[in-house]
Design a protein around this ligand. Sequence first.
Ligand code: FAD
Length: 453
Amino acid sequence: MKTKKYDVVIVGAGPGGAIAAKTLDNSGLSVCLIDAKPRENIGEKVCGDAIEKEIFDFLHEKLNLDYPNKEVKNKVKGIKIFSPDKKTIFKIETKNKGYLLDRLKFGQHLLRQIKKATLMDNTLFVDFFDEGVVVERKINNKTEIEKIKCKIVVDASGFNAIVRTKTADNIFFEKNIDKKDISMCYREIREQDFEDQDYCHIYMTNEFSHGGYVWEFPEGKHLNVGLGVLYPSIPKMLYDKYLDFKGEEFKNSKIIKSGGGVVPTRRPIDSLVAMHNKIGVMFVGDAACQVNPIHGGGIARAMRAGYLAGTAIKKIYKQNKNLSKISLTNLWEYNSKYMKNQGKNIAVLDLFRIFLQSLSDDQINFGMGIGLIKEKDLINLSNTGEIKLNIVEKISRLAKGISDLNTTKKFIYTLEKIKKIKKLYEEYPNQEGFLDWKKSIEKIYIDLKKNML
Ligand SMILES: Cc1cc2nc3c(=O)[nH]c(=O)nc-3n(C[C@H](O)[C@H](O)[C@H](O)COP(=O)(O)OP(=O)(O)OC[C@H]3O[C@@H](n4cnc5c(N)ncnc54)[C@H](O)[C@@H]3O)c2cc1C
């Protein structure tokens, strides 16, 4: 059996893994980026394809990453969110533009910008061994098992998080995600006119997407249309029902692509780092549940996490010349940096997601219609991790919500819990305080779920 040796192995060359590799380009470290797919298919994924331009400004500044150009199918001004009865529309403009990406071309665009890491395509992570990872490579129709010695493994393998599931049992995170915390999706790209090319449309409707939403995103001549649902609903069955609702013309339009996918819609796993024997493990992107729990957007978040993980690795090696052994303490900085900012942001959105999922269509119509929930709440939650209501606004909303006291009480209760969780994430602990912190987080969830019944 062949054995190779690298400082870092990154599993998965999607947006998270690719940016981690790009970040390590100028580090002097040897990096191996593996992906199960053949090189020419890396990037392809069932997706809504929507992303804010902001992340490209960030990565251009930090890594000199080229902006996507021919990989962009359409540019939009923002999102329109429709209440189930369509009487209320929240229009959320993006600060810059929003892009609709061709995911395959975009994946290839990212790969082209990685200069130093070795890409091993057709290569599947199988398991750990005591000094690194075991992979299965397909070469000329033959399958070979190889070992790669390394000190750090980055799990950027997407929702299935294959490395996470193989990491030694530990107190830091759940290996498997609760089915209530995922959205199961079905998506098609259709040759279909869409009159509103400037906005992505999101339809809140339990009728077609129990616990999720239906989306229609304009991609020029094509429409990216799909829905996400809570387990155990079957997305394709609900999608067929949606097609009936849309009518014959829509139903008969040409399907360019179709398929299913899964998105984690919960707070990030509680620790983004762990040790597997002597090997340091870091989690990035969907493998770490770093997705916006309300709309399922994870491309930008995976890239930002890839950058932060790569930066943390560089720092570890810079501060410890001739590093012989990795420790959890070395890795923890990625945890602290991520959790105090992006992690906090995802956690507050997660609590709001649980609140939204507890509402019926009538309650959502009511909440959006009377202004109990406002579009600025969603913007503030995403940007600042908080919905701050001064006393006048609180009274005004309570007064508006008087005819549906149950929904109003749930809303106010959720805001209280959001405030608490925000503070806890801002005080993300070191290893010693971790278990107490985790217990406090879990208690917030237990209390919230009880009050959403
Ligand atoms: C239906 C749907 C719609 C979505 N819509 C949007 C949207 O509009 N906007 C948005 O921002 N996000 C959206 N997302 C989420 C987004 O696709 C993900 O958050 C993003 O792709 C995560 O990037 P990643 O790098 O973590 O993982 P991925 O993009 O999933 O990449 C993981 C990579 O790991 C490789 N891999 C997996 N297992 C192994 C293994 N054992 N060995 C080696 N390699 C392996 C895979 O081949 C893949 O290349 C959507 C997701 C779905 C399912």
